[in-house]
Structures are given as structure tokens and as C-alpha cells.
Design a binder for this molecule. Structure first.
Ligand code: IVH
Length: 675
């Protein structure tokens, strides 16, 4: 393909891909399959690799992430980012309406001609962002920070698929649009489920997770977390309309995700109706909101009203009250998670709360029970705030029967009766019987066969349960001893299903070492740490022989992971399982291909990459440096060993390298250093 042809193709692909992103993420109306979409994106990425000079900052390939932000630059906001004053009652809202009319010198006639036009919007619970577009192209995205200056998180914001990289229609040449980055409830649940699988503590709520994610340095991780963004205000000299609602609709036509739930209301009574509606309906939304925002629609009126030191006088936030009820605590039971973590659960007299019947609530851990001094038969206050799961916030002591006895926390596992343990630094109790306690054993197996681990999709949760009950599976190594003849007599197990299972198990023997290490389920060892560890140790025997201090030298391995690895292999049962997996033929060392790319040929060297390359992407080069023991650094200093230079390298970098006498090498020379 000639460069011109490639350019044409890249333009077409980018346009089509972005249209499909818009259909899927903004309009919620996909028109092609994920498979077709992925194929197009792959083609685009591959063309951009072949012709790196054609890679544009607005390419949809940027949404996959990969670029690292070493340090988030602090940038001053062009327009300060103020906050809103809060209100909590209808009376507060009536006062607000009165103040608005006063400010505009209008008489407060509740039903007459002076009704103010308000825009009511959902108050999305996330982090605020200001995104600037220049000539229809995203230029930078800044977090609120202290309101005067915030962090430049452009690279991370570009991974949010509903944020347009390029606009369509008739937009002003320069403007800023503000909105809220949030994490959908489903995505939050997915991440927590994954964390639970490797024994990490769950994240507290979608809002903190969204804001933590925006501050991550690796944009590929940000991309994997599927954040979303609603936009809710337009700032600039040349915005098309004289009122807020009309401008929101215009922004929608340029490609922004604007909530369809924003409503133009005539007078405060319509506002109160809007609030009433969403106070109940909020639980059905796929994201969390913590209130309603009310804004005067007309810009001229906004201007007339102006600002206090902290917030506009033309807008206010109505915060929802967390709904509370009192009900009786019938019993406390204990749940065992797949990592052995014990969660106490309050079983309640069923009660209506926030549109659903609540029967159970988490009590989290022993400390919370102690702190609340919660006792069976007490009346407790249950609250449903922003969170998805209801919370017990206290005991109605006035209603306490003096006969109610103080709660003694469980001392043995409800499933296997092993004595529970609690580490000093942790809030949770654990069942230590990891290899025999049924929910732990089954949980380990589910993790082992999961897609990112051994990927045995013919062995799902139900089949694991069935084989466990039939005594055919007691640990992950038993999977490789399963015989078709043993499976056939089982219920719902036809010939074809049994064969699929056996084939899936057989195929998993080719799964690479790094995924095997992840699959065996060492607490705290996730996908990324498993990758880093296997690259360093190269085979399982080397890992087994390692002391804690050596483990600590591996990237990504801190005290918790190192200790967890040592403890895991200390257990003779785990050692036995490992021996059996090895005998079954699982990959216990890096493949030839992976090995060829690792080593310490670049040990002690610090290399700066600059420009565009023909054979490898910058990320690949960076990986190659790190996998060979070198350091890849962003800027040239006296400590730099080499400048790895591609085409179109910045003249400043070149000059600096020459001044400091840093050796400049080409892609080919770099390859030679490795071979
Ligand atoms: S308008 C002058 N509209 O709530 C402030 N804010 O303090 C203009 N928020 O930090 C803000 N949803 O992050 C506005 N529809 C919405 C919003 C919204 C959420 C957040 C925003 C702001 C805080 C209010």
C-alpha cells in the first residue's frame, strides 16, 4: 500500500470507528457487532504501525490507551471551576426561587407571570472535568483541583469512548465544555468482583473509583475501566445560544453525551415535581446520582444574578436525603468468600426501602459490630444512600430489650468449622482452611478456569459445583485427572458436553506460564504482577527457590505480594498441587519466544526514546528495554546512556543529547544490542 492509500484508508477507518463509538456509547444504539468493530480497530492500529507518521492525536486508536503520564501537569483554569451551594428541603428550594426573583427585581408571585425558567439536571456523582476543544479537536482536559488550577488528564480522558476526539456540525472555534466523569454501577461491580477473586479489598464506591482511575499513570488501565462522561455546561465567547438548555442541545449535535433527563421547567413547582420523581427513580439509573442541579436557563438573568465568593447565585444543588427505616435484626450469619474472607450479614425483618424490599445488609467486619454494639433482636436503622447495598447505621437504643445479649463474633468457619484467624493489620477475619473449605475450594477453581487464567470455558460454575458434589474435584489439580468415563454417568452430562470438557482441559495445557501463575490463585498476585514475576524468574522452580528479599526486587512486588508468595509455597498442600499440575504438563516456564525477548543485556542502562519508528511502536520499545533490565526514561540528563532516535525527533532533544555527549542509536542498532 502506498502512503497516500494508507492515509485515505486511515481517515475512512477513523471516521467509521468514531461513528460506531458514538452509536454505542452516546446513543446507546450499536449498529454493528463487537467483532466487526474490533476488526476495524485492529486494521487501523496495524496501518498506523506501518505508517507511524500518519498517526493522529485524534485517532480512535488513542482510546485503547498505552501512553503513560509520568506526572500530571498542574494547569490554571481559564474560567474558575466553582461549586454549587447545597439545599436539602423543599423549603430551601422555595427560598432559592425567592432569592432569584429578588435578584432580578421580580415580584414573588407563585403562579403568575414571573415564573423563572429553570433547567433541572441530574447531579452525577463522579469528578468534574473541563475539556477544551480547538477547531473541533479535543485539546486538553483538566480536573477541578482547587477550582483555580487542576491536573491535565487529557491522555486519560481520551480513553473515555463517549468523549468525542473530533466534533461534527457547527461548533465554535474555541470553547470549554464541563461535565462529570463517572463509573457506571455495572462496571464498578465488575471491577470489585475481579478484585475479590485475587483477594484484594473491594473498592468503596463508584465515585472514588472514578476519581482514583483518572489519576492513574497508565492510560491502558484507565481504558480498561470503562469510565463514562456526561457534559453539562458550555463556556466560551462564541457559544451559539443565549440560554443554557439550547446550548446543551447544540453540544449534543456536535457529538457530546448530554443527558436526556435534563428538563426545562417553568417555575419552581415543576422543579419540585422533577425532584420528587428522581428521588425514587434514581435507584433504577445505571449510574449513581446524589441529587439534582437547578440552573436559571437564561444567560442574561444568570449574569444579572452573578456569583458569591464560592458559587453562582443562579444555580443550586438539591441533595437527596439517604432514605432511612427502622427494622428488627433477626439474626447475624457469616458468609465465606472465595478467598476465605468472612463477612457478617445482618438478616432483617423485611422492610421497604428506596423502592426495594430489604432483607439483608452487610455488617462488614467485627469492628463495625463492636462499634455499633449491635445485638440480635435490636431495632436497627437501615439506610440506602448513594450506595447500591443498604447499610446499617445504628441501633435504636430506646427500643432495646434488656434481654438482648451482646454479640460474640464467630470464632469458627460456618462452612468447614476451622478456627478463624485475623491478621493484626486487617479488619477481616479469615478461614485459614483454604484447601478444604468448600466455598474457597470452589472459588479457587472458578478463578483457575476463568478467561484470563486457564480459560477453560467448558468448565463453568455449575459444572464445578456438580463435580465437587460428586467428589470428582477437590482442588485445581484434580481437574487434570478427570476422565470421560467418570463424567458420563453424571446428570445433564451428555457425550458431547463431556468431550468438550475434556478437550477444553487438554487445550489449557498450552496456556503460557504467566497466566498459569495468575491462575493458581496466590493471594494478591493479579494479572500484571504475574506477568512481571514470570518475566523475571523465567520458571516456576526459580520462583520456588526465591527468598523474600529477592522477590522484593521484582517490579510490582511489594511486601504484601512477596509475603503472600512465600506463605503460599510454604503450605505442603499447595506444593503438592503444584507438583501435580507440573506432571499434568502445564507451562511452568516462559516460552522460547518470550525468553528470546528477556534478559539483562541492558542492565544499568537508561535509554530515552524519541521520534517515530518503523518496526516497533514506542510502547513495544519501552517494554523491550524494561524486559532486558534497562530503564526507559522520558527526558535526557547526564545519566542517560543512549538516545534511541526514530524519525521526526524533536530538535531540542537532539541538541541536548549532543551537548551532553549522549550516544544516539537507531532502531537497528538497538535491535543489535539485544541479539
Ligand atoms: S453545574 C458552578 N451540573 O456537582 C458549578 N454540576 O458543586 C456548575 N455536578 O463540582 C456545576 N452533576 O462536579 C453541574 N448536572 C450538573 C452536575 C454537576 C454533577 C457536580 C460538579 C460540581 C458539583 C457541584
Amino acid at each position: 500500500m502506498t502512503k497516500d492509500e494508507a492515509k485515505h484508508k486511515i481517515e475512512n477507518l477513523s471516521k467509521t470507528i468514531e461513528e460506531h463509538n458514538h452509536n454505542y456509547y452516546v446513543l446507546d444504539n450499536p449498529t454493528i457487532s463487537d467483532f466487526e468493530f474490533d476488526k476495524m480497530l485492529e486494521e487501523l492500529i496495524s496501518l498506523e504501525k506501518q505508517f507511524p507518521e500518519l498517526l493522529l492525536p485524534t485517532s480512535p486508536s488513542q482510546r485503547v490507551g498505552g501512553a503513560i503520564t509520568k506526572e500530571f501537569k498542574s494547569v490554571k483554569h481559564k474560567y474558575p471551576m466553582l461549586s454549587l451551594s447545597n439545599s436539602y428541603s423543599k423549603d430551601d428550594m422555595m427560598d432559592f426561587d425567592r432569592r432569584v426573583k429578588e435578584g432580578l427585581h421580580l415580584e414573588n408571585d407563585l403562579f403568575g407571570a414571573n415564573q423563572i425558567q429553570y433547567v433541572c439536571e441530574l447531579k452525577f456523582d463522579g469528578l468534574s472535568i473541563g475539556i477544551t476543544y480547538e477547531n473541533g479537536v479535543i485539546s486538553h482536559a483538566i480536573t477541578r483541583g482547587d477550582g483555580v488550577q487542576g491536573d491535565d488528564v487529557t491522555t486519560n480522558v481520551k480513553t473515555i469512548k463517549s468523549v468525542p476526539l473530533k466534533l461534527k456540525g457547527n461548533f465554535p472555534p474555541l470553547f470549554e465544555i464541563r461535565g462529570e466523569i463517572y463509573m457506571p454501577k455495572k462496571e464498578f461491580e465488575r471491577i470489585n468482583k475481579e478484585r475479590e477473586e485475587i483477594g484484594e479489598t473491594p473498592l468503596a464506591n463508584p465515585r472514588n473509583t472514578a476519581s482514583g482511575t483518572m489519576k492513574m499513570q497508565d492510560s491502558a488501565v484507565v481504558a480498561s475501566r470503562n469510565l463514562d462522561c456526561f457534559l453539562y455546561s458550555l463556556l466560551g465567547e462564541n457559544v451559539p445560544h443565549k440560554s443554557h438548555y439550547e446550548n446543551l442541545q447544540a453540544a449534543k449535535s456536535w457529538g457530546f453525551k448530554i443527558s436526556d433527563d435534563a428538563k426545562l421547567c417553568n417555575g419552581i413547582n415543576e422543579v419540585l415535581e422533577f425532584i420528587d420523581h428522581w428521588d425514587k427513580a434514581r435507584y433504577d439509573l445505571p449510574f449513581e446520582i446524589d441529587g439534582i442541579v437547578i440552573k436559571v436557563n437564561d444567560y442574561q438573568k444568570q449574569q444579572q444574578l452573578g456569583f458569591t465568593a464560592k458559587s453562582p447565585r443562579w444555580a443550586i444543588a438539591y441533595k437527596f436525603k439517604a432514605e432511612q427505616v427502622s427494622t428488627k435484626l433477626l439474626s447475624i450469619t457469616y458468609q465465606v468468600g472465595r478467598t476465605g474472607a468472612i463477612t457478617p450479614v445482618a438478616n432483617l425483618q423485611p422492610v421497604q426501602l428506596g423502592g426495594t424490599t430489604v432483607k439483608r445488609a452487610s455488617l462488614h467486619n467485627a469492628d463495625i459490630i463492636e462499634k455499633l454494639d449491635i445485638r440480635v433482636n435490636d431495632f436497627v436503622f437501615v439506610e440506602k444512600g448513594g450506595e447500591i447495598i443498604p447499610k446499617i447505621i445504628g441501633v435504636d437504643l430506646e427500643k432495646r430489650d434488656p434481654e438482648n445479649v451482646k454479640t460474640v463474633y464467630a470464632y469458627e468457619c460456618p462452612e468447614c468449622h476451622a478456627k478463624l484467624v485475623r491478621k493484626e493489620s486487617e479488619a477481616q477475619h479469615y478461614c485459614p482452611n483454604e484447601n478444604e473449605c468448600p466455598p474457597q475450594v470452589k472459588g479457587k477453581m472458578e478463578h483457575f478456569v476463568s478467561r484470563k487464567a486457564m480459560n477453560i470455558d467448558s468448565l463453568g460454575g455449575e459444572t464445578i459445583e456438580q463435580l465437587f458434589e460428586a467428589n470428582l474435584l477437590r482442588n485445581i489439580a484434580d481437574i487434570y485427572d478427570l476422565k470421560k468415563e467418570q463424567l458420563l454417568p453424571l446428570e445433564r452430562m451428555a457425550e458431547k458436553k463431556a468431550q468438550n470438557l475434556i478437550d477444553g482441559i487438554e487445550a489449557s495445557k498450552a496456556v503460557p506460564f504467566e497466566r498459569v501463575l495468575y491462575a493458581i490463585g496466590i493471594r494478591h498476585v493479579g494479572e500484571t504482577s504475574a506477568k512481571k514475576i514470570t518475566r523475571k524468574v523465567r520458571n516456576m522452580d526459580a520462583l520456588l527457590a526465591m527468598q523474600k528479599e529477592e522477590l522484593l526486587h521484582i517490579d510490582e512486588v511489594g511486601e504484601t505480594i512477596a509475603e503472600s508468595i512465600i506463605q503460599h509455597f510454604k503450605n505442603p498442600q499447595n506444593k503438592d498441587i503444584l507438583d501435580r499440575l507440573k506432571a499434568a504438563g502445564l507451562q511452568f516456564s516462559l516460552s522460547e519466544e518470550a525468553l528470546a525477548n528477556t534478559g539483562d543485556k541492558l542492565k544499568g542502562l537508561s535509554i530515552v526514546i524519541s521520534g517515530v519508528f518503523t518496526k516497533y511502536s514506542r510502547d513495544q520499545l519501552k517494554d523491550m528495554i524494561e524486559q532486558n533490565g534497562g530503564k526507559s526514561s522520558g527526558s535526557i540528563s547526564g545519566k542517560t546512556s543512549y538516545l534511541l532516535a526514530g524519525d521526526n525527533m524533536g530538535p531540542e532533544k537532539l541538541k541536548k543529547a549532543q551537548n551532553l555527549g549522549v550516544k544516539i542509536i537507531s532502531e537497528e542498532e538497538f535491535e543489535k544490542m539485544l541479539n
